[in-house]
Design a protein around this ligand. Structure first.
Ligand code: AHR
Length: 535
């Protein structure tokens, strides 16, 4: 099937914030323990207890922001349990997720160490459900107060003389469910109390994130803000409002049928609608709540398939394989965020290892980069560029998904074909600028100085797959008349990267025909294509 879309290169939407490509880590299943943390005495090679292979992979991913410790777990977590000498930390029970013993080996210092190793901004989710405003205030002081208070000095004694400077603070999680089964009115009252006592310490001004709706529950949003705004002489501080949006599936991850794929991926159209509607609600807020702009975040999103009990026994709660469908789902999500870059400030995929739509799967000393990982690495190219408008008559989630962004004379385009049966020949027509050809392929990094661009990771990943040719050629090549981009595809819609075959799905080179000012690429069913073009 032929598809034609128009990219309006001079019609800017907004800068694509790096935080739209964020991630999430919870004490759930084997996400934290095994997925990230193996402890200092593990045979798995580590850096101070953090698994070395996961740290390396997350550096490739260039995780911009990482949310922790939950999720539902956040409302059961008491930060003091996780600081101080490991041998003195209490053994608690993870009552949220299965009653496992939690030795608190991975606490605040270990999380901050992970963030600094991988270059991510930390985002801590505070305990509202079973905690207190004083507990949250003390956690902020412990992390951020420079020195001289008992809590700051305790942090220093625990090995961190420089304050952590944590800016992002979540005030609870899913307070409408596992965070306390609160009504929007009850949560608004609690939010006001908790937020009031979060201090500014040193140079770090906290950025406070309130619990937003489940999917597009506008009733929650309306009632929360109505209560927060009503009858108060002064509005409490609020900087972000975070919705959660999961794409539920009806099959086990590797047992999808074409119809089940279509049904799950179609939810990304609902997701985009929800973002627009929630943003419109925030924009319509009246004083005193609209004294400052309130950002919209999605701090949990991703595919949620039916769990396989045997796999969960082996790999932990909510473990699911990650297939070519998830590579496409990742592109549908990131493309959506780019198109709505003027409405969103942060989005965190659930979760970073071994739980739900994970970029990494670990087992013993093995760590697999999933198809989702590869989509995220390709799409790093868009970060800190300007999203531009795309005129497309097609349903993004059911037919053709596109996002385009521009930095000076380089145009970055990602396409996703979500159809499990239909190939697409996609022609990009440019309005606003002429197409000169292919950009010097993958030679330029869109990341801030110090971060390599996707080229080296892709070359490494292709080399691991025994596919050094195209990747290294692309890294080295300069603009040919016909361009080449990257393609993630597989004939089998349940194909995945396993511990025994970790590189079944990796990006490979694809031809992009550049002629008469247009660019055309052929996409198999269920595929992601990514390219740079020179204007
Ligand atoms: O990501 C798994 C769980 O999903 C989180 O703990 C919770 O916030 C959501 O319901």
């Amino acid at each position: 099937m032929k598809r034609t879309v128009v990219i309006r290169t001079d019609s800017a939407i907004a800068e694509i914030q790096r935080e739209l490509h964020g991630h999430f880590l919870e004490h759930l299943g084997t996400a934290t323990y095994d997925g990230i943390w193996v402890g200092r005495n593990s045979p798995v090679p580590g850096i101070d207890g953090l698994r070395r292979d996961a740290v390396a992979a997350l550096k490739e991913l260039s995780v911009p922001v990482l949310r922790w410790p939950g999720g539902c777990f956040a409302d059961n977590y008491h930060w003091r349990d996780g600081v101080g000498p490991a041998q003195h930390r209490p053994r608690t029970v993870n009552h949220t997720w299965g009653g496992m013993i939690e030795d608190n080996g991975f606490g605040t210092h270990e999380f901050i160490r992970l963030c600094s190793l991988i270059g991510a901004k930390p985002y801590l989710a505070g305990n509202v459900g079973s905690g207190s405003p004083a507990e949250l205030r003390d956690w902020v002081e412990y992390c951020n107060y420079p020195l001289g208070s008992t809590l700051a000095d305790e942090r220093i004694a625990n090995g961190a003389p420089i304050p952590f400077g944590v800016r992002y603070w979540g005030v609870g999680n899913e307070s409408w469910a596992c965070g306390g089964h609160q009504t929007a009115e009850e949560y608004a009252a609690l939010y006001a109390r908790f937020a009031t006592f979060v201090p500014t310490c040193g140079d770090t001004q906290p950025y406070l994130i309130a619990v937003g709706p489940n999917s597009n529950d506008t009733d929650w949003t309306r009632r929360f803000f109505t209560t927060l705004g009503r009858g108060r002489a002064y509005a409490p501080p609020i900087h972000g409002f975070s919705m959660h949006f999961y794409s539920w599936g009806k099959k086990r991850a590797t047992a999808y049928t074409p119809d089940a794929v279509r049904e799950q991926l179609a939810s990304f159209d609902d997701f985009e609608h929800a973002v627009k509607e929630q943003r419109a609600y925030l924009d319509a807020l009246t004083p005193p709540l609209n004294r400052g702009h309130i950002d919209l975040l999605v701090d949990e999103w991703g595919t949620w398939d039916v769990s396989d009990p045997a796999e969960e026994r082996e790999h932990g709660r909510f473990w699911q394989q990650n297939t070519i469908k998830d590579a496409v789902a990742a592109a549908l999500g990131l493309n959506l965020f780019h198109r709505q870059a003027d409405k969103l400030s942060m989005c965190n995929l659930a979760q970073v290892a071994n739980v739900l739509q994970a970029p990494l799967l670990t087992s013993g000393d093995r760590c697999v980069r999933t198809p989702t990982f590869h989509t995220f690495v390709l799409m790093r190219d868009h970060r800190n560029t300007t999203a531009v408008a795309v005129d497309s008559p097609y349903s993004p989630a059911q037919d053709l998904s596109v996002s385009a962004s521009r930095r000076e004379r380089t145009l970055v385009v990602t396409l996703a074909n979500p159809d499990p049966a239909e190939s697409k020949e996609v022609t990009l027509v440019l309005a606003g600028s002429a197409l000169a050809g292919a950009a010097p392929a993958y030679a330029m990094s869109t990341e801030p100085a110090g971060n390599a661009g996707p080229a080296s990771e892709l070359a490494a990943s292709a080399a691991r797959a025994g596919n050094a040719g195209p990747a290294s050629a692309l890294v080295a090549s300069t603009a040919p008349a016909g361009a080449r981009g990257w393609l993630i595809a597989h004939d089998d819609l349940n194909a995945c990267n396993t511990f025994d075959h970790p590189d079944t799905i990796t990006p490979r080179a694809v031809d992009v025909e550049v002629a008469h000012g247009t660019a055309t690429v052929r996409m198999p069913p269920m595929s992601v294509a990514h390219m740079r073009l020179q204007l």
